[in-house]
Design a protein around this ligand. Structure first.
Ligand SMILES: Nc1ncnc2c1ncn2[C@@H]1O[C@H](COP(=O)(O)OP(=O)(O)OP(=O)(O)O)[C@@H](O)[C@H]1O
Length: 271
């Protein structure tokens, strides 16, 4: 589901850091300490990937950034120009499940956040069509979700997250359920959108390969309670494309990140 959050938005116009989590912990009501202490700073326009073992708190971290959950301690700060000016939302979110309303067309699904924000009806159609063109779904505005492939559903979910023109895009394993060819294609389209739109992106994935392909910075988390164990800058030639997957540079980055992930899962490894 696409979401938006402005409750934790600060007024810090000049801040280069758009997302800043400091000493954040999250304990759920059942007593599970999911996260922390967790520190994360993401700069404007950065593409950051979070990788970590299953259950380490990646989704929890994203939900805290989105304002969909409150930290138990620590601070979550979001600096958003859009939310401050009232011209849009701070954050768009895409989850692994596209969660489209089955009874509404692609147009209806993508336009929903605008409708909920009381955007005038005359403005909604052109904005929906513009964002559908960006994600390659212009010809499917009238289609129902059941008529779409998995990749197309995800494109619609992406369009719904982008339609409010958020500063920050949060993606929680959005392509995990897709076949490899579709995933690779969506990876490339996401990179193109990121370059064109200049969004700040935080991308959660299980896949070391996907994280290295997409991100400028890969953060490796420890098992629960999740903390940042390691951080790697992926200094590849831009713009990245399929050829990058075949380079020795890509393989070397993947190896380093995979080793870090193995170390956090089993700290005795490599000793
Ligand atoms: N609403 C909740 N109530 C109680 N415990 C929760 C809740 N949500 C998550 N947890 C627990 O918190 C821990 C972290 O969960 P989270 O979903 O953030 O991890 P994750 O790294 O995203 O996992 P995965 O990679 O498997 O999706 C897990 O042990 C999970 O069972």
């Amino acid at each position: 589901m696409a979401g938006s959050a402005a409750s934790n938005v600060t007024d810090d116009a000049a801040a280069e850091a758009v997302v800043r989590l400091q000493a954040v912990t999250k304990r759920y009501r059942n007593g599970v300490l999911a996260l922390g202490p967790f520190d994360l700073t993401v700069k404007r326009g950065e593409f950051v990937a979070l990788v970590g073992p299953s259950g380490c708190g990646k989704s929890t971290a994203l939900r805290l950034v989105a304002g969909l959950a409150e930290p138990s301690s620590g601070t979550v700060r979001i600096a958003s120009r859009r939310a401050r000016s009232g011209s849009g939302h701070a954050i768009g979110v895409v989850f692994q499940e596209p969660t489209l309303m089955p009874w509404a067309s692609v147009r209806g699904n993508v336009g929903l956040p605008l409708k909920l924000s009381h955007v005038p009806r005359a403005e909604i159609e052109p904005r929906v069509m513009a964002v559908l063109a960006q994600v390659g779904l212009r010809d499917f505005a009238g289609a129902m979700p059941r008529e779409l492939s998995g990749g197309m559903k995800m494109r619609a979910a992406l369009a719904r997250a982008l339609v409010t023109d958020p500063d920050i895009l949060l993606l929680d394993e959005p392509f995990a359920a897709l076949d490899e060819i579709t995933r690779f294609r969506l990876n490339n389209d996401l990179l193109m959108l990121w370059r064109e739109l200049g969004k700040t992106v935080i991308f959660v994935t299980h896949s070391v390969y996907e994280s290295v392909y997409l991100a400028q910075r890969v953060l490796v988390m420890t098992p629960r309670p999740g903390k940042i164990a390691d951080e790697f800058g992926i200094n590849a030639a831009e713009p990245r494309g399929e050829a990058f997957r075949m380079t020795a540079d890509y393989a070397a980055h993947c190896r380093v990140v995979a080793e870090a992930l193995a170390r956090t899962a089993d700290p005795t490894e490599g000793r």
